[in-house]
Write a protein that binds this ligand. Structure first.
Ligand SMILES: NC(=O)c1ccc[n+]([C@@H]2O[C@H](COP(=O)([O-])OP(=O)(O)OC[C@H]3O[C@@H](n4cnc5c(N)ncnc54)[C@H](OP(=O)(O)O)[C@@H]3O)[C@@H](O)[C@H]2O)c1
Length: 289
């Protein structure tokens, strides 16, 4: 069986791969979050440490690389730009160099936040103009990776939701506790359910697609309307939801207004995310909240 190296298996998206049976011998990496996963080999590594990085590659000798590890919180990236640069740019490029030498598939996960947010929806060929450190580092990484290895794959992910430590779980817990939830009415995304995104990444990898692809969901929605839909599906008190505007909340990282993705090219090759309502029903029916 061919070996797939998945970095960041301990992260929000990585956890879906850890639970999914695949036609690969999977090697997953984690850094600070000890992780358990049956049927795959785990490696604890600081990918920003060049020695540990190359030891990992020598040890695993992967036939393909799916790079999920990142500093993925835009506010933390703004506060720790050196760390963002190291993990979000340098590590991504180091894998591209290795993949180019070995001529193996390499998939780098980027973000809808490479776009400025004033001209959505954005197709893969549209020009990025990121407005915060996280988006800038991801965009610079994209360019450097494709320059280094034109057969690399860049998957731009939108806001992801699902079970586990993410914004949806936090909001639902607050509503259950009877606490108010403030959500932006002026921030639009095309959210994707994390297992749908994981399936999309595998599709790109298995079809050996190269270049830039978007993995957005089929609906563009504000954060406020998204949580209102979740509250409806989960039968929670919608009156606890408070509409708010981006300018009312001071945050380290600037936030674009609308980074909805045009993912039609990816739908054409078989990426088929379910509707938000269907996915929220599915999450609700697992009764893990
Ligand atoms: N979640 C979203 O809504 C979203 C949206 C758009 C794009 N993306 C992109 O999708 C990918 C996956 O995101 P995610 O939400 O799963 O991220 P996440 O939950 O923040 O997980 C980040 C992962 O990176 C690992 N990591 C961080 N620093 C590391 C280091 N120095 N060495 C080795 N591993 C390190 C973490 O390991 P430990 O936890 O073990 O330290 C963790 O496994 C990322 O490229 C992210 O930028 C995510």
């Amino acid at each position: 069986m061919k070996k797939l190296l998945i970095t960041g298996i301990s992260g929000f998206l990585g956890q879906y791969f850890a639970r999914h049976k695949m036609d690969w011998e999977v090697h997953g990496t984690y850094y600070s979050t000890p992780t358990q996963a049956a049927g795959l080999s785990l490696h604890q590594v600081d990918l920003t440490n060049t020695k540990e990085h190359s030891e990992l590659l020598n040890r695993v000798q992967p036939d393909a690389i799916l790079h999920l590890a990142a500093l993925s919180n835009p506010n933390v990236c703004e506060q720790k730009p050196e760390l963002s640069y190291a993990i979000n740019q340098e590590v991504g490029l180091a894998f591209a160099k290795y993949a180019a030498t070995k001529h193996i598939p390499y998939l780098f996960t980027s973000t809808d936040l490479v776009f400025q947010g004033d001209d959505a929806p954005y197709a893969p060929a549209d020009m990025p103009a990121p407005i915060m450190t996280y988006g800038k580092d991801k965009y610079h990484a994209e360019k450097a990776i494709l320059q280094q290895y034109s057969e690399a794959t860049i998957a731009r992910l939108p806001l992801l939701y699902g079970l586990g430590a993410n914004f949806l779980s936090n909001w639902i817990q607050k509503l259950k506790n009877g606490e108010k939830v403030y959500a932006f009415t002026d921030e639009y995304r095309t959210p994707t359910y994390a297992p749908d995104a994981a399936a999309g990444l595998l599709l790109l990898l298995e079809q050996k697609q190269t270049g830039i692809w978007h993995l957005g969901g089929k609906e563009s929605i504000s954060r406020f309307d998204f949580i209102r839909l979740a509250a409806k599906v989960f039968a929670l008190d919608e009156s606890l939801m408070v509409p708010s505007l981006q300018k009312e909340v001071k945050m380290p990282a600037a936030r674009p207004a609308n980074v909805s993705l045009d993912s039609s090219a990816t739908y054409e090759i078989g990426f088929s995310p379910k509707s938000m309502e269907e996915n929220l029903q599915l999450i609700h029916s697992t009764k893990r909240h």
